[in-house]
Design a protein around this ligand. Structure first.
Ligand code: ATP
Ligand code: MN
Length: 428
């Protein structure tokens, strides 16, 4: 008899013979009957067994979380909570779990995050933990779908590179045979080169590596970056692409992940577009109206951003950042070169995306390299791509784990990462 997913049992008639496989979540042995609670990726079901001597002996020996096979008959007149159960006819162990478990799956007192991450394979069995990753998958799927619909193609650029994208210190060096190389911190340079190649619109979903020394609740050392780059476009085009992509992601999750939101005990709404926009200089005014002295050219602290963010319901853009805090490839604002055609998408105090119109004139680009005191030689492959017909272009980078974190109201980015890499953790 073929295997039936637990989630599909509802679709069968009362009295149908079925075979199910799953993790034994719990066995409750009563005087005359025993209840086995079985779980697979699609749901939970109770199987009831009469306590004849052989069955009782078998059930007593099965450790929690073992993989078991249950054969039985669907009972739709069940008194169980879900109104459906299996009248078990046989049970066997497919693969035994050791006891005790490193971490309980049914966990009345939530273990601390460190302990959970150490035994992540068990932690992920919990319904309210796996829910996060199902929703994350749907968010990404909705974003991908939207970008495909806008004629973007998905690309894959190298993660082992010779030059630092932004020349910063937050790079992981790797030995590349007889050369020095790094793990890429962003696909920025390559997606821009693809604009010169005439690809028009590209997106990439891939890992980005940052050797950030600080351990915070919103930084990982390896995260998933959703990047786009589009030709004949400016920062305003990039911003509307971003808000629509996020909207599409959220809509898809709301459509597909009802049970997961329920497991998390939350519900989310589709964000209203367009997201409000506020300039960097307006933010300074806002801060000074609250009595905070802020120097033009600095970056905002989380406290500043909390104050600014309190003016908005959810997402908002901060635009026109000063050139001093933006990377070399950012396009200066035409009528005020102290500023740039750039934006950050914020959710309260948390940055979710950075983006901008980019410099496309090779002379201006080299100038910007000099201003930022970067070595032009190590970026030659990139600069060359600007000399032979580079269209104006714009784009952004969106952190998937951060997006999931803020949408689900979680307070640590490790919650939205299967196997987080942070300052101290590389296992598991
Ligand atoms: P922050 O100022 O928060 O450190 P950033 O400005 O250095 O971020 P960008 O280079 O602008 O980050 O990267 C684009 C997006 O990628 C960010 O808005 C964020 O969503 C995500 N991101 C950047 N760094 C990290 C990180 N270390 N861990 C997780 N996500 C990150
Ligand atoms: Mn940024």
């Amino acid at each position: 008899m073929p295997r039936t997913y637990i989630g599909a049992l509802r679709g069968f008639d009362d009295g149908t013979d079925v075979v199910i496989y799953g993790w034994l979540q719990e066995a409750r042995i009563m005087k005359n009957v025993s209840f086995l609670i079985l779980r697979d990726n699609t749901g939970i079901i109770q199987a009831t067994f009469k306590n004849d001597e052989a069955t009782l002996e078998a059930i007593k020996r099965i450790n929690r979380e073992s993989i078991v096979k249950v054969q039985g008959v669907i009972n739709k007149k069940s008194v169980s909570k879900s109104g459906i159960e299996i009248k078990g006819t046989s049970v066997s162990v497919v693969n035994e779990a050791e006891a005790p478990l490193p971490l309980p799956v049914i966990d009345p007192v939530q273990a601390d995050l460190e302990t959970r991450l150490n035994s992540r394979f068990i932690d992920l069995r919990k319904r309210n933990v796996s829910a996060i990753f199902r929703i994350e998958s749907s968010l990404l799927w909705g974003i991908r779908e939207y970008l495909h619909g806008q004629n973007f193609i998905e690309v894959h650029t190298p993660k082992i590179v010779a030059a630092a994208t932004e020349g910063g210190a937050d790079l992981f060096p790797v030995r590349y045979f007889e050369k020095d190389a790094y793990l890429n911190q962003s696909p920025q340079l390559y997606k821009e080169v693809l604009m010169s190649a005439g690809f028009d619109r590209v997106f990439e979903v891939g890992p980005a590596f940052r050797a950030e020394e600080h351990n915070t609740t919103r930084h990982l050392n390896e995260f998933t970056s959703i990047d786009i780059e589009m030709s004949f476009a400016d920062h305003n085009d990039a911003m509307s692409m971003l808000e629509n992509a996020i909207k599409s992601g959220v809509e898809n999750a709301i459509r597909a992940n009802n049970d997961d939101f329920e497991a998390l005990g939350i519900s989310i709404g589709v964000p209203e577009t367009p997201f409000p926009r506020i300039t960097y200089e307006k933010c300074i005014e806002l801060l000074s109206s609250e009595g905070i002295d802020f120097k033009f050219g600095d970056d905002f602290s989380p406290d500043h951003l909390r104050m600014i963010g309190s003016r908005f319901k959810g997402f908002y853009f901060i635009t026109e950042w000063p050139a001093s805090v933006r990377p070399f490839y950012t396009m200066p604002k035409q009528d005020d070169p102290r500023l740039t055609n750039s934006f950050d998408l914020q959710y309260r105090e948390i940055e979710v995306t950075s983006g901008a119109q980019r410099v496309h004139d090779p002379k201006m680009l080299v100038e910007r390299f000099r201003e930022k005191k970067l070595d032009v030689k190590s970026f030659q492959f990139y600069i060359d791509a600007f000399k032979y017909g580079m269209p104006p272009h714009a784009g952004w980078g969106l952190g998937l784990e951060r997006l999931t974190m803020i949408l689900l109201g979680l307070n640590n980015i490790r919650e939205t990462t299967l196997f987080p890499r942070d300052r101290t953790r590389i296992i598991p």
